[in-house]
Design a protein around this ligand. Structure first.
Ligand SMILES: [Zn+2]
Ligand SMILES: [Zn+2]
Length: 265
């Protein structure tokens, strides 16, 4: 799945970053207290002398030329020539291109660098509402014989898609729920559990999309944070033993902006 939602604008070929062309309707649906312009201004510093020969990877134009999105993304506050630099990673883009990218997403007040994926603010997803239940089991997982295990049960029911989903107003299905997942009940496993709780709250564990196993569209699917759904074997590749699993899932959580820092304070 493209990182910034479904591309509806195929008119610019070879676009490496998927930006749905924002309509006035989608801009009017913007939620939150900060306007899209304020969010972009919060994380990018406008450059007085942009590196004119470098390219903007959102629109593929040179930074010395106006934004390729100036015809579809109108903004009184942002000129098509304006270039900004992201504060942490230092990557540069047209401010209007960033605005188009932000407006095509779920407008949660966070931005993600399309070059290096650094997250600014708190990234949230589009997971439908549901329940996450945790229980502790005495049984061990293969490869973690020295401790018991943690069972997570995710429950999501079918429903109607919201404005943040691929087909707003249409129904979505929810197959195979509750889905049971397993972690070793040791220090690292419990840390992963805490971070998964944060990811759940931020609606990052599932999304509505097309199932890669069945091809069904408009259904609840996993969202880039892998879970172990098999307890006593690893026939599917989604089970134990897997000595790298906890490190891999920590990296996947970090890629969504969920790190140990989220557990402090
Ligand atoms: Zn651009
Ligand atoms: Zn970056």
């Amino acid at each position: 799945m493209p990182p910034h939602g479904v591309s509806k604008g195929a008119s610019i070929p070879k676009l490496p970053v998927s930006v749905a062309r924002p309509s006035r309707v989608s801009q009017a649906l913007a939620v939150g207290t900060s306007s899209p312009e304020e969010v972009v201004k919060q994380y990018l510093e406008e450059l007085k002398t942009p590196p004119a020969d470098e390219g903007c990877i959102i629109c593929m134009e040179k930074l010395g030329a106006p934004s390729g999105y100036s015809d579809v993304c109108e903004s009184k506050a942002t000129r098509p020539e304006s270039v900004g630099r992201l504060s942490k990673c230092g990557h540069t883009f047209h401010l209007l291109c960033m605005l188009a990218m932000y407006t095509s997403g779920n407008k949660d007040g966070s931005l993600q660098c399309p070059s290096c994926k650094t997250i600014y603010g708190e990234k949230t997803g589009t997971q439908p509402s549901g329940k996450m239940d945790v229980s502790v089991l005495r049984d061990s997982l293969p490869g973690h014989e020295d401790c018991g295990s943690i069972q997570i049960a995710y429950s999501i029911h079918k429903g109607i898609q919201g404005p943040e989903h691929p087909s707003p107003g249409q129904p979505y299905t929810a197959r195979g729920f509750p889905r049971y997942c397993y972690l070793p009940d040791n220090e690292k496993g419990r840390k992963v559990l805490q971070l998964l709780r944060v990811a759940w709250k931020r609606r990052l564990i599932f999304t509505v999309g097309t199932s890669s196993t069945t091809g069904e569209s408009n259904t609840v699917v996993w969202n880039e944070i892998h879970h172990k759904t098999e307890m006593n074997s690893n026939v599917s590749g989604h089970g134990y033993p897997d000595p790298n699993y906890l490190d891999n899932v920590l990296a996947e959580l970090a890629a969504q902006g969920v790190t140990e820092d989220c557990l402090r304070g």
